[in-house]
Design a protein around this ligand. Structure first.
Ligand SMILES: Cc1cc2nc3c(=O)[nH]c(=O)nc-3n(C[C@H](O)[C@H](O)[C@H](O)COP(=O)(O)O)c2cc1C
Length: 220
């Protein structure tokens, strides 16, 4: 599966088979997380693997009672070490860089799970204090996400996604078009398709009219 296909077909899975994930797959998924970019290559994260029934149950409860999580045999809890980033980059390192690096790490994990034929879901809704208590976390670290992994027992449809034109600006905020030429030209595949279809229709209509005129002339 190429990277784009993997990105496009990954889905959040919320129902899993009662089947263990091979340990080497779990390690590969964590390796993928490890290779994510991080500001200054600080890699200021820790991945906590949770497999025990009791802890998975407790974490699912801490995730605002998302009971479906219990069907997943493995959780990876992503924990950030913001102090490291703050030392180098101040408040920006603490607030922004740590969060962004860990988000990149999570996405790497989700995509790798998908490429290995596994389902996964990024869970961000939780009571952080409760997870701290369950995992005996020190004060200086933050809980960023729980990634649940297992063999999917559902095949979710792709949820609605906006068209790319909807989220794409050109050169500036609200820069929908650069000029009239680009509007009907190359920058928007959507507009190009409309123009192509209109051209085709115009040609077809012109041919029909031409044929009718010829027919009338011949009849005279
Ligand atoms: C920051 C973040 C937090 C999320 N938290 C949850 C969550 O707590 N529970 C859940 O079921 N899904 C959660 N999701 C998954 C989203 O619901 C899901 O990505 C979205 O509906 C789009 O579906 P897709 O992943 O199949 O494209 C979260 C996703 C992100 C990025």
């Amino acid at each position: 599966m190429d990277v784009f296909e993997c990105i496009r077909t990954r889905r959040s899975v919320r129902k899993f088979k009662d089947k263990q994930v091979p340990w080497d797959n779990v390690v590969t998924i964590m390796q993928a997380g490890k290779y994510a970019p991080s500001a200054g290559n600080l890699q200021n994260w820790k991945f906590i693997i949770v497999k025990s029934d009791a802890k998975r149950k407790a974490i699912a409860k801490a995730c605002l009672d998302q009971e479906w999580m219990e069907t997943a045999p493995v959780y990876i809890v992503l924990v950030g070490e913001p102090e490291k980033a703050e030392r180098y980059y101040g408040a920006r390192g603490r607030r922004l860089y740590t969060i962004q690096a860990i988000a990149a790490s999570i996405q790497n994990m989700l995509l790798t799970a998908h490429s290995l034929g596994l389902g996964s879901c990024w869970v961000g809704a939780f009571d952080e204090d409760e997870i701290r208590r369950i995992l005996l976390l020190p004060e200086v670290v933050d809980v960023h996400a729980v990634v649940v992994i297992g063999y999917a027992d559902e095949k979710p449809e792709m949820p609605p996604k906006y068209r790319i034109e909807h989220m794409m600006y050109f050169e500036k905020w609200w820069g929908r078009v650069e000029g009239p030429k680009t509007f009907i030209g190359w920058w928007s595949l959507y507009n190009k398709r409309i123009v192509d279809e209109t051209k085709k229709l115009a040609k077809k209509t012109a041919k029909k009219v031409g044929d009718k005129v010829k027919e009338k002339i011949q009849k005279r």
